[in-house]
Design a protein around this ligand. Structure first.
Ligand code: SF4
Length: 401
């Protein structure tokens, strides 16, 4: 009796397990509910000895949600300590070797140029070609209206140079454009003569020292009409005789307006940078001009002004010069380079802690910042304002771009 009951129950269980296998092999198997299974009909007393115990639904092993700790640490370290191998040789700081005066046995005097000057010049030209400067698009040489007659263009060039003193190139360019567009009869000598000083002042009121410049421009217009046949003078002497025009402006005007390079137009950038290079030790732009003209080949006399004005506007700034970006510093050619200027970086350290994994440490350089470079060693307090009769000031020379 007991045997037949057991075999009956065994058949039922086998049938049930077949059904269960089929169900599990389906594409979207329903969740098996033991309460609805045929096994539910198995008497509770069956297999009380454990032989036919209802299979317990397997408890799925759940992964314990382990919190992942992420730790951010931000440290400031010196870039050199990360990237530079210990033995990397620092570029040597260049020595100041100025141009030398050599007295010949026959009484002749020869000036020996500073060593490496050609390399310095060529590298500076390279950097200038890579970096467009305000002077390239808004320099006084390029501001005259090309539609006007050559005489009017020369006059406009002279006025642009007078306005540019102690004024940023961008501001000068805007003032010049305004005069070209608004001056009744067009921008020429006759129109300036016809303007009331207040009207002229209103047109140039954004440029530095505009009141003084208004006065000088009006006086200059009268002198040009009365003494120079309504044109600008074609000699340095004639140009410096005009109110507010000094040697720098005169040489630049001769070069830009008449195409004659009779001297070097030395402005504050040319004066400052050539002193930083150690080419000479001069006190003012006039001394610098004389020093440069004693040895610099004549074919560079026109170019050097534009070269160094743009270089002073982009890399060798009057304050905070960028020696880290300068090829002369890189090659050890500039004695005033701030060698070893620290490049500071922020290093982010991410530490991930997982009990089942080893700690993962990642380091990532996040921010690189070049330290502000200290003010220049050669602080030349000579401003362009000397050309319009004002004492140069340190503050003024620094405010120029
Ligand atoms: S002072 Fe610095 S930026 Fe200027 S020329 Fe020398 S290295 Fe270049």
């Amino acid at each position: 009796m007991r045997t037949s009951r057991i075999s009956r129950d065994t058949s039922r269980i086998l049938a049930a397990s077949r059904t269960l296998r089929q169900t599990r092999s389906g594409a979207n198997p329903p969740v098996h509910d033991p309460s609805e299974s045929e096994l539910s009909s198995v008497p509770s007393d069956a297999g009380s000895d454990g032989e036919f115990a209802t299979p317990q639904p397997k408890r799925r092993k759940t992964t314990r949600e382990t919190p992942v700790k992420v730790k951010h640490e931000i440290n400031e370290v010196s870039l050199t300590s990360i990237t530079s191998p210990k033995k990397e040789a620092k570029p040597k700081k260049a020595r100041r070797v100025p141009a030398k005066k050599i007295n010949g046995a026959d009484g002749s005097v020869k000036i020996e140029p500073p060593p490496n000057w050609e390399q310095i010049y060529a590298l500076t030209r390279e950097m200038r070609n890579e970096n467009l400067a305000p002077v390239d698009t808004m320099g006084c040489e390029s501001l005259a209206d090309k539609q006007r007659s050559p005489r009017d263009q020369r006059f406009q060039t002279l006025i642009a140079l007078m306005l540019s003193s102690q004024t940023k190139d961008t501001v000068t360019a805007v003032a010049m454009r305004g005069m070209q567009e608004r001056m009744p009869g067009g921008f020429n000598l006759e129109s300036v003569l016809a303007l009331e000083p207040t009207e002229l002042n209103g047109m140039i009121n954004k440029v530095g020292f505009h009141n003084l410049k208004t006065k000088y421009i009006k006086q200059t217009a009268l002198i040009l009409r009365d003494k120079f046949n309504s044109d600008i003078p074609d000699t340095i002497e004639g140009l410096v005789s005009l109110p507010g025009v000094g040697p720098k402006m005169a040489y630049l005007t001769m070069s830009a307006a008449w195409g004659k390079d009779e001297g070097i137009g030395v402005d504050v950038h040319v004066h400052r940078i050539t002193n930083l290079w150690g080419w000479h030790k001069t006190q003012n732009p006039e001394q610098t001009r004389a020093a440069l003209e004693s040895w610099l080949p004549r074919d560079k006399w026109h170019d050097i002004n534009n070269l160094l004005v743009g270089f002073g506007q982009t890399i060798c700034l009057p304050v905070g010069r960028k020696c880290g970006d300068c090829k002369l510093s890189e090659r050890g050619l500039c004695p005033s380079a701030v060698v070893g200027a620290k490049k500071k970086v922020k290093k982010e350290v991410v530490v991930k802690t997982d009990p089942e994994e080893e700690a993962v440490v990642k380091e990532k350089v996040v921010v690189a910042k070049i330290e502000e470079i200290k003010a220049e060693d050669v602080d030349v307090a000579v401003g362009d304002i000397e050309d319009i009769g004002q004492a140069p000031s340190k503050r003024a020379s620094r405010s120029k771009n």
